[in-house]
Design a protein around this ligand. Structure first.
Ligand code: AP5
Ligand code: MG
Length: 214
């Protein structure tokens, strides 16, 4: 089962990807999480990525594509994976397809979690992210039972640097310009499935499982 999660920033890609990964026992690969881990660990990649992320811009394809293609060749990806936040540009999608084709493989589903822009800014301002394990909460829709502390790893929860309202607006513009064209790209391939991402997160998950088990 090889899945690409599509959707605007804050649509719930990460939330759903984690639930799918747990149910179907495949790895959840989030480029955003990989970059944030590199920033936290002070790596050269993290330093470069942060310059773009803090402005709401995409990290250049040269820093992104090989990283993901390498990750997909690891042993735990043999039975499939969920890509969250990659591909995000047409060149990234083409590079991914080329790498899969070399192995005689192809993507199975592209799931678009559809949420209108007007819901997004509100969602992002309530998001809290764990500085330890990257778990995601929402102060209203999905609060941690331990307040500002992560239920899973005990580290502190924070507002992400790129979740300031001005940066969210920029990320939405970048999404419409550079990432939304992937909806047509995967529609043409016949693997695009859209779900209404404004529903309760458990209802979104039910809609996704119906697609995967159809
Ligand atoms: P990334 O981390 O991928 O951010 P993003 O795409 O902007 O998406 P988010 O993680 O913000 O949102 P999400 O859809 O995962 O929503 P979530 O589940 O958290 O990327 C960050 C940056 O890294 C990019 O801007 C770019 O600079 C760089 N980058 C990453 N990948 C790249 C690539 N391939 N190429 C170039 N650059 C790249 O949910 C949001 C909130 O809503 C949470 O609080 C959640 O609890 C809540 N929520 C979720 N679902 C629901 C629901 N159904 N109802 C109510 N609340 C909900
Ligand atoms: Mg995410």
């Amino acid at each position: 089962m090889k899945i690409v999660m599509l959707g605007a920033p804050g649509a719930g890609k990460g939330t759903q990807a984690k639930m799918i990964a747990a149910k179907y026992e495949v790895p959840h690969i989030s480029t955003g999480d990989i970059f944030r881990a590199n920033i936290k660990n002070g790596t050269e990649l993290g330093r470069k990525a942060k310059e773009y992320m803090d402005q709401g811009l995409l990290v250049p394809d040269e820093l992104t594509v090989d990283l993901v293609i390498d990750r997909l060749s690891q042993e735990d990806c043999k039975k499939g994976y969920i890509l969250d936040g990659f591909p995000r540009t047409i060149p990234q999608a083409e590079a991914l397809d080329a790498a899969l084709a070399k192995r005689g493989e192809k993507m199975d589903y592209a799931i678009d979690v559809d949420v209108p822009d007007e819901n997004i800014v509100n969602r992002m301002s309530g998001r809290r992210a764990c500085t330890g394990c990257g778990a995601t909460y929402h102060i209203v829709h999905n609060p941690s039972g331990k307040g500002d502390i992560c239920e899973t790893c005990g580290e502190v929860l924070v507002l992400r640097d790129d979740d300031q309202p001005e940066t969210v607006q920029k990320r939405l513009t970048v999404y419409h310009d550079q990432t939304q064209p992937l909806i047509d790209y995967y529609t043409t391939q016949g693997i695009l499935k859209a779900v209404d991402g404004t529903q309760d997160m458990n209802d979104v998950f039910t809609a996704i499982t119906k697609i995967l088990e159809a």
